[in-house]
Design a protein. Structure first.
Length: 255
């Protein structure tokens, strides 16, 4: 963990399934690691287990094991490198889910949810930024992810369905007395979102194509804006400060 940054936990909450949350989080984490930040990504989406698609090899233990059968196992045993982790200056690790249904069910218990909060807090002592991939909130693990987070970002597809789902998610977060930092739209801009991420096309949409490697285009810029928010910048800072974001983020993490 770098000395120049106060660590944070950010829950990135999908307003609906299919919002592109997992791929976006992977890109944001990589962008932060390129600036020298140490970044961990946790998967709280037990239904899709999407983060595991980005990791090669056997996942033993996975996150659900750390929450149930191996609560005394060090967190480091459940952290895995992405295929490109050794190409960035910061540490980049993920804690994915790959489990049978029986363990998935046990990982949704109240005890497992409390253990999830403990695990993410531990990660925050070892990494500059902890990102959590959170599905639409309807179960204990997702509630725990939203509860432990310093920031909550809601992601929505830029569609009519996305707008409806966003309002439903805002109502649910309000019921839980959780505040939302910003809203991010995927597949284009939305009047409901502070940041809009354009649609990737062709082979760039494939998991195997991650991370996206183009510089200074609209997609890369929007991902950098998202990364800056998770690093603690306000949306106003991002808009008003003319210093390029990679330089600002490097100054934040490396001093």
């Amino acid at each position: 963990m770098t000395a120049a940054h106060q660590p944070t936990i950010t829950a990135v909450i999908g307003a609906t399934g299919g919002a592109g949350t997992t791929r976006t989080i992977v890109e944001v984490a990589t962008t932060l690691a390129r600036t020298g930040a140490d970044v961990a990504v946790f998967d709280a989406a037990v239904g899709s287990q999407g983060l595991s698609d980005y990791v090669k090899g056997r996942l033993d233990p996975d996150l659900t094991t750390l929450l149930t059968d191996a609560v005394d196992t060090p967190l480091s045993d459940g952290l895995y490198a992405l295929p490109w982790s050794d190409t960035v200056p910061g540490r980049l690790a993920v804690c994915p889910i790959m489990a049978p249904f029986e363990r998935l069910a046990r990982a949704q218990s109240v005890a497992a949810a409390k253990q999830f909060e403990t695990r993410t807090k531990t990660a925050a002592t070892q990494f500059d930024t902890v990102l959590v991939d959170v599905p639409p909130i309807s179960a204990n693990l997702a509630v725990a992810a939203a509860h432990v987070a310093d920031h909550r970002i809601v992601m929505m597809p830029a569609t009519n369905r996305g707008v409806t789902a966003l309002q439903r998610m805002h109502d649910r977060l309000a019921d839980l007395q959780f505040e939302t930092s910003i809203t991010v739209s995927t597949f284009g801009n939305s009047d409901e979102a502070e940041i809009g991420i354009p649609t990737l096309t062709g082979s760039d949409t494939m998991i195997q194509s991650a991370p996206y490697d183009a510089n200074n285009d609209t997609y890369a810029t929007s991902i950098a804006h998202f990364a800056a928010v998770t690093a603690g910048e306000s949306i106003e800072q991002i808009v008003d400060d003319t210093t390029d974001l990679p330089t600002r983020l490097k100054q934040r993490f490396l001093g």
